[in-house]
Design a protein around this ligand. Sequence first.
Ligand code: FAD
Length: 342
Amino acid sequence: MTEPFDSDVVIIGAGPVGLFAVFQLGMLGLKAHVIDTLDQAGGQCAELYPEKPIFDIPGLPSVTGQGLVDNLLEQIRPFEPQFHFSQMVEQIIPLPDGRFRLTTDAGPSFNAKAVIIAAGGGSFQPKKPTYPGIDGYEGTSVFYAVRQRERFRGKKVLIVGGGDSALDWALNLQPIAERVTLMHRRDVFRAAPHSVAGMRALVASGDMDLALGQITTLHGDGRTLTGVTAQRGDLTTFHVEADMLLPFFGLIVKFGPVADWGLTLREHHIVVDTERFETSTPGIHAIGDINWYPGKLKLILSGFHESALAAQAIAARIRPGGVPKFEHSTSSSLLQEKLRAL
Ligand code: FAD
């Protein structure tokens, strides 16, 4: 067995909130390892809406999901976080010396004096349709998220769904795709009214197609899609040409191993206090979308605040000498030193 990694703190989840926790810990002289199931940093921002603008990050009037993640990675670089991607934390085991041992499904283990769970909604996965043969098309013609908009330039794109993601991407890809068809089983949409109005305007002007029905068959060579057959409510069928298919049927949130860590939960969220953002197990903190407390708002800015207080509480508990004298970043000698060393 390989030796466990040793760290002051292990952060579970490299979403925006987990990333900012690296900064807050770093300002207090604490090192962090960050583990994520995904193969990249950024959580929902990078995975679900990398190119959509976010408008409510203080001081950034507009920043895309990926832009925010890139900025956060740049901001925490001085504190040299160690990332461990493509692995899911399965267990958190208290050790007799007060530390915690974390194990992942990829093999490595980690010893940490404190743990921050920044696991968002848990391991989230797209809800996949069950069209026969769809697996073979995934990654070439079928995608459950738009990571690079350019990939769809000049393509016949078929988007399936009636929610925000389906409508947003139909509107977003329409200017660059050869043709966008939006398919939904009925002429009623759950998406934001202005998106629905935008879609209807494009359909009325002949710049987008709206098809009401449900896909029954995929056509192609098993990897490259050429079109689909769909069925209307009256059981008649029709064909749609498409070389890219984007089914947006929502996400399945796999709360997964979090449920087994012995923490007090409330409807798939970890209950914390609002002073230390600590769970029912001292030394294990939970911040961002995964936690619950009265008045909780699932906003990135709330998670940032939570990370600052969790870091203070952790420093008080594990740092020899406790929390260092409070310093603003503008005058932090530790931060200036780190920035000079870059
Ligand atoms: P996440 O971003 O969910 O990241 C959690 C990470 O933890 C994931 O990468 C996951 O893979 C990982 N993880 C989970 N379990 C494990 C495990 N066991 N082991 C290892 N890794 C694990 N918020 C705003 O403030 N403003 C907005 O304008 C806004 N717009 C949004 C638009 C859309 C379309 C969506 C979907 C969300 C939006 N949000 C917005 C919400 C915002 O994205 C979330 O509040 C934010 O991402 C939460 O950050 P987080 O770091 O807590 O969790």
